[in-house]
Write a protein that binds this ligand. Structure first.
Ligand SMILES: Cc1cc2ncn([C@H]3O[C@H](COP(=O)(O)O)[C@@H](O)[C@H]3O)c2cc1C
Ligand SMILES: O=C(O)c1cccnc1
Length: 367
């Protein structure tokens, strides 16, 4: 598959289904519109699934993992080895993302798309390494255009495979020390924002590292001159392999007609690139939380996404997206279980208790 073929598969949502669902919601035993964001989500989900009463979907959190050459510039509070250590942690089920995914009933799928070392085979890990990390973007492009495109297609391919296994909702997650620097550089490049406005403390840097991080983002933009009209050029020059993989996850989800819940700052930078490649893919995105990182709200507004959770999260990994998947379940249960004024007048009855779909076993070896 080529990027163009992937983009061509993404279709706009059926507005009639959205209106039909809203009309049904207005018959339920509540003041009109009183379940706010859940109502919007119910309309969106029915249109995505082309089903007025979609079942509760099987879910997967896809954690794209990659290292960053720019980590050598000392712009993270942690050393690059943490990327690999956290990969082990995801595999054994002990990371924050594992906990939130379990809470949401989601399978965790980790993808080595660009870790700097060779990893052993381990549970929950798919090996799709494209390079041993990116190059240092202060000295030249982080990756080649071919690598960025390959990473996008890899992300889309993994979503397609999961959908074939029965997954009906995906969440984006990432791990890669220094990736808030890459995400900030992407937003600065695509939105013409100043680095000062979009660079934050990431994993917890102090004031002097923060100043250095701003300088590094400016240097990366000056050296590489990414073309603001060409999202793949930006992604390749100042992005990361895991961010490119997530662009593919988002585009792939839209192509497969499954909702994709977008996590924090880094995932949203991927969503901005995906939306620039295909404005129609925005309709398949669900917002999750508002990250502490400056610039996140700005990106969400650009995408027309609502951060429904205000929890002071600044972790990434897909932690916020997993919690938002629970909200999506609640939106669907509202459609299945809430009484209408008419039915409640007779008796309060649950028309059909919601059942969660189960994915078939994920063929790890095959992926
Ligand atoms: C132990 C640990 C677990 C994490 N899980 C996600 N991140 C988050 O922090 C990193 C980005 O921050 P920066 O750009 O400052 O390096 C990414 O890996 C992101 O997923 C983590 C960071 C650490 C240290
Ligand atoms: O919002 C995020 O995704 C985030 C913020 C800080 C560090 N890592 C991730």
């Amino acid at each position: 598959m080529t990027i163009t073929q992937l983009l061509n598969r993404i279709k706009p949502l059926d507005q009639e289904q959205m209106a039909e669902t809203q009309a049904y919601l207005d018959t339920l035993t509540k003041p009109i519109g009183s379940l706010g964001v859940l109502e919007d989500m119910a309309c969106q989900l029915t249109a995505i699934y082309q089903d007025p009463r979609p079942p509760i979907p099987a879910k997967a959190l896809i954690i794209m993992i990659g290292d960053h050459g720019v980590a050598a510039e000392g712009i993270s509070a942690f050393p690059p080895e943490v990327t690999t250590q956290m990969t082990m942690n995801y595999s054994s089920g002990g990371a924050g993302a594992n906990v939130m995914a379990r809470h949401a009933g989601a399978e965790v799928v980790c993808v080595d798309i660009g870790v700097a070392v060779d990893l052993p085979d381990m549970p929950r890990l798919i090996k799709r390494k494209i390079a041993y990390g990116t190059q240092n973007m202060t000295q030249g492009p982080a990756m080649t255009r071919e690598q960025a495109e390959k990473a996008i297609l890899t992300g889309a391919d993994i979503v397609a495979e999961l959908v074939r296994c029965g997954v009906g909702m995906v969440a984006t997650g990432e791990m890669g020390i220094a990736n808030t620097t890459a995400a900030a550089a992407i937003i600065a490049a695509i939105k013409g924002e100043s680095a000062e406005r979009v660079v934050g403390r990431g994993s917890g840097i102090d004031d002097s590292r923060l100043q250095r991080k701003i300088t590094i983002v400016n240097q990366a933009l000056t050296v590489n001159k990414p073309n603001p009209q060409d999202p793949i050029d930006i992604l390749a020059k100042v992005g990361g392999l895991e961010i490119a993989g997530l662009v593919g996850v988002i585009l792939g989800a839209a192509a497969e007609r499954v909702p994709v819940v977008v996590d924090g700052f880094i995932s949203t930078a991927a969503a901005v690139i995906a939306a620039s490649l295909s404005p129609d893919c925005k309709a398949y995105m669900i917002g999750s939380h508002l990250s502490i990182e400056p610039g996140h709200q700005h990106m969400l507004s650009y995408l027309g996404l609502e951060a429904m959770l205000h929890m002071r999260f600044r972790l990434g990994e897909g932690t916020g997206a997993c919690l938002a998947m629970i909200m999506a379940d609640a939106a669907l249960k509202m459609l299945h279980e809430m009484a209408t004024f008419e039915s409640a007048g007779v008796a309060i009855s649950i028309s059909r208790p919601s059942e969660t779909q189960k994915a078939k076993d994920i063929p790890w070896g095959h992926l």
